[in-house]
Design a protein around this ligand. Sequence first.
Ligand code: PMP
Length: 431
Amino acid sequence: MKERIESEALYNEAKNIILGGVNSPSRSFKGVGGGTPVFMKNGKGAYLYDEDGNKYIDYLAAYGPIITGHGHPAITQAITEAAENGTLIGTPTKLENQFGNLLRDAIPSLERVRFVNSGTEAVMTTIRVARAYTGRNKIIKFEGCYHGHSDLVLVAAGSGPSTLGSPDSAGVTKNIAEEVVTVPFNDLESLQAALDYWKDEIAAVMVEPIVGNFGMVMPEPGFLEGVNDLTHQAGALVIYDEVITAFRFMYGGAQNLLGVTPDMTALGKIIGGGLPIGAYGGRQDIMEEVAPMGPAYQAGTMSGNPASMSSGIACLELLKQPGLYDNLDHLGEKLEKGLQEAIDQYNIPASINRIKGALTLYFTPDKVKNYQDAKKGNDVLFSAFFKGMLDKGIHLAPSKYEAWFLTTAHTEADIDATIKAAKEVLASLAP
Ligand code: PMP
């Protein structure tokens, strides 16, 4: 691997233009003890190429959306055709119906849907709609789950079911934080206690049905069913944040995979095929709160734009291919097996959570079931592993809380090369 001289120069330049040198804080190397983020020049299939000409096998997948690999020709063609017909029209178009139908066929709980431009927007609006529908103010979320950067969900855990959250970001007011109650994931007792305590004040319970934001964590058997029962008994709505999970594990949402149905769902990432997108939807009677049908306002100049619609349609059409998700699962299994062998061989205090084509390698020996478990991951080991892998041409997210995402472009040879690199790096970290 060549030195990343161009990345250094571009980062130095960027720091004087783009705040912090990055347009999203997760792209900085702050979470891995600092350093220069790699400036990528282009992506093709499973690979990224940086400005110095280095090649990487990519497992970031742009934090999830790129499930068919970078620059898939069918998606590129769809975007090009859309652009040729006018990038933004500002009236309804047939494409929106087409895409809406595709989504509802895949995720039947989306009786009515709205397209927006990011996962943040989608989640933010589901909360507004739930408040409008129930006439209540507070929401419950689960510790460590990320739901975008709108005020209400940038709130850290309180220390018990009766405790309200505190702002997780400057600029989020205490008043807003007091509308959020946070309970541990996979813990129905805490959820019950919070619902009992706040009784008629909870509008909705927001949950990632399979967590992607403190690594990949499955709900324990019965957890989501319990969330539904307890929440509905309390007269509140269940909102699934499927921004990461929809179309990640199967053609549909985690709700299809697990056989559970929320009242509303927020979507993003994969459904845009790599262009900006978000969508939210759910039960018709709830969605009818939204303008122009109802009193809850939500709008967007860019919403449902032809490029994002076309890119999303093309992506979903690709994902219909038989056997595609089985293959992602197969590659994921192979990767997990190889990593686990290396962990065992070198006595690394680590564990793996894998759900089909997505996995997280935690530098803690214990099984991770909630955020507190994930936090135990050793920062020094993760940083060394991340940087070691990067130097060997394996591109991971620079955070111990993120997942490795497989794409349909990854090959068995890519997985072999990744396992080989991981073995070398883990050998160098052996106690
Ligand atoms: N919800 C979840 C579960 C997410 O992982 C993210 C982004 N990582 C968001 C919402 C926010 O999406 P966006 O970045 O598109 O605003």
